[in-house]
Design a protein around this ligand. Structure first.
Ligand code: IMP
Ligand code: MG
Length: 182
């Protein structure tokens, strides 16, 4: 009888739960000091940034509101070139400070499109915060204002990040084994 081989989905642990918690606090402290005496609206890009965003907003001490924005650009481990907006804003961001929160900055296309959409609501200011940025050359001239971690160009999952909707619940960030998506 042939033995069933179970594939190990996570190749390497890249960022531990403890490091994420520590870095979130540092990011929140930076945002708290940058927006001292002001209020902020956090636009959390769902689903990827839901876990990061919900941890981050609980560390913010300036007055805030948050909303989620649902967009999708990825199918499997390949980037597609179309961004679809699947939800509408419930909070009014006109003349307000907005911080867009995303899980990972890869080609930068998602953030670029979201910034463009958000700008149409005439907010007072727009900044962006990503948990992870991949070290790579990009075609776009936009960088996130707040970055949790820089990693080499690889496909990672966990802490909200998925591969075809799986692995979002891992408490750490891990490199997905290429055997899973090849
Ligand atoms: P970008 O538009 O290429 O910057 O891609 C950003 C979006 O693609 C993120 O919000 C993620 O949803 C997804 N993405 C990019 N790289 C990864 C990855 O390594 N793991 C999981 N999702 C990723
Ligand atoms: Mg995704």
């Amino acid at each position: 009888m042939r033995k069933k081989i179970r594939l190990q989905p996570i190749e390497n642990k890249i960022i531990s739960k403890t490091s994420i918690r520590k870095r979130n606090l540092e990011l929140a402290n930076q945002i708290n000091s940058d927006y001292a005496d002001q209020s902020v609206i956090f636009l959390i890009i769902a689903n990827g940034a839901l876990i990061f965003g919900s941890d981050l907003v609980r560390l913010i001490s300036v007055p805030l509101r948050f909303d989620t924005l649902s967009v999708s650009t990825y199918i499997g481990a390949e980037s597609t070139n179309t961004l679809s907006l699947n939800s509408q804003l419930k909070v009014d961001i006109t003349n307000r400070n907005v911080v867009i929160v995303d899980d990972i900055f890869d080609t930068g296309y998602t953030l670029k499109c979201v910034v463009k959409i958000v700008r149409e609501f005439n907010p007072k200011s727009i900044r962006s915060c990503v948990l992870i940025s991949k070290r790579k050359t990009r075609q776009i001239n936009l960088l996130p204002d707040y970055v949790g971690f820089e990693i080499n160009d690889m496909f990672v999952v966990g802490y909200g990040l998925d591969y075809n909707e799986d692995y979002r619940n891992l408490e750490y960030i891990g490199e997905l084994s290429p055997s899973i998506y090849k």
